[in-house]
Design a protein around this ligand. Structure first.
Ligand code: NZQ
Ligand code: ZN
Length: 380
């Protein structure tokens, strides 16, 4: 086992009607709140009303910033920072899925010192403080509610990149599975793919960490156990609750301790290229990229893949594992080939070019240009 530091300061408030505790929990962080959300789903699923009611009850002064896009953009984040500075905002509340939470993390980091958000993302500007960030999650997928990562894209530079800063941990995250009843079957499936992909990313890191392997296994088996039930019965509380908690635990540190790093992230990097070019939903980019990546890696790291095959499917073969994984993705209607999301072979070179330009790679499973070309071929 490798040396490690275990740290996660996020207070998670989980359960039905848990947002009833929002006001009293956050009242001491200040009165001036920037409420960040997306394109309007929060007004249909009841979460917006519940949050506003709480903030009004505790006399908060609310400034809203809406319209955060899936695959969020740094220019929207910049607009929110400008408003936040103008209004002397004291606390940021993110209401939504990973895109909203990630945007809010960077907004909260940049307001105090009026920093350029892209310079922060690229590690060219640094901050020692953040406004308090509170999240109210409405989509089970990224784990952003209990980690310190954020992912944004920049249309000008042609990148979608991740960022990690311990200052970006939310102070409190409120997780009411009922808010996820309204998530479409598509995004429910993409969220399940994403959480499984997070467990995979931490698994394909150097170092032996048996307990972390078992956490990886448990998170994945929980997701697979509830995947079909949640799609069949989206308004069943236990189905939603189990998926929600599995997604949070897939990327809150528990699956990584004892290995040499917190993830390989090569497959996420490949997925971000697709999301940048074609606005592919994050989970859909991963259900296409993982099988292709595994096919490339099966002769390089067969023992590691077989270990995962054993943990997930009680199987001893890399090929069998990849077939079973694809079958599962198909069962939940997640795409496994680029053609299924209408990306044809004429776009192949464009994908390869952006991957090469952005130096797509894993931290542990290194990818050459030749490897990237093979992976793109395998995604068709
Ligand atoms: O914009 P609205 O109207 O809110 O609609 C959203 C959006 O269209 C909708 N939605 C959210 N909650 C809903 C709902 N629809 C109905 N009912 C609800 N309760 O779902 C759509 C997708 O939302 P989004 O936030 O984009 O999805 P997700 O949570 O999957 O986040 C994806 C983003 O997170 C990044 C991804 O790269 C991507 O940009 N990631 C962040 C990570 C992190 N911070 O740790 C790690 C991940 O690997 C990932 O990279
Ligand atoms: Zn992800």
């Amino acid at each position: 086992m490798e040396n490690f530091v275990a740290y996660n300061p996020v207070k998670v408030h989980f359960g039905k009607e848990i947002v009833a505790n929002l006001g009293k929990t956050i009242k001491d962080y200040g009165k001036k709140v920037l409420l960040v959300y997306g394109k309007g789903s929060v007004k249909k699923n009841g979460s917006y009303n519940d949050v506003i009611q709480q903030l009004e009850k505790f006399g908060m002064e609310i400034t809203e910033f809406s319209g955060i896009k899936a695959n969020p953009r740094v220019d929207d984040v910049q607009k929110a920072i400008d408003i936040g500075i103008d209004k002397n905002i004291e606390m940021v509340i993110a209401l939504g899925g990973g895109s909203v939470i990630d945007s809010a993390k960077i907004i909260a980091l940049c307001i105090p010192s009026n920093l350029d958000p892209w310079k922060v993302m690229k590690m060219k500007a640094f901050t020692r403080s953040s406004l308090p960030l509170i999240t109210i999650l409405t989509l089970a997928a990224t784990g952003s509610e209990m980690n310190a990562a954020a992912v944004l894209q920049n249309r000008e530079t042609g990148e979608k990149i991740g960022y990690f800063n311990p200052l970006a941990y939310p102070k409190h995250s409120f997780l009411d599975p009922v808010y996820t009843y309204s998530v479409s079957s598509e995004y429910t499936a993409f969220g399940i793919v994403d959480l499984i992909a997070h467990a995979f990313e931490s698994f394909f890191v150097d170092g032996e960490a048996n307990l972390s392997d078992r956490f990886v296994q448990s998170v994945i088996l929980e997701a697979m156990r509830y995947a079909i039930p949640v799609l069949k019965e989206p308004e069943n509380y236990d189905n939603r609750a189990n998926i929600m908690w599995a997604a949070t635990c897939a990327l809150n540190g528990m699956t990584s301790y004892g290995r040499a790093g917190s993830g390989d992230w090569g497959v996420h990097d490949i997925g971000h290229t697709l999301s940048f070019l074609y606005d592919t939903p994050h989970g859909a980019s991963l259900s296409i990229a993982y099988p292709a990546w595994l096919k490339l890696q099966k002769d390089r790291i067969p023992d590691r893949i077989k270990r995962l095959a054993k943990l997930m499917f009680n199987s001893n073969s890399c090929d069998d594992f990849i077939i079973k994984l694809e079958t599962f993705f198909r069962q939940i209607n997640a795409p496994v080939r680029l053609s299924e999301i209408n990306i044809d072979k004429s776009q192949k070179q464009e994908i390869i070019n952006l991957m090469v330009k952005n130096k797509v790679n894993g931290y542990f499973q290194k990818l050459s240009t030749d490897d990237l070309e093979q992976i793109v071929e395998l995604m068709y």
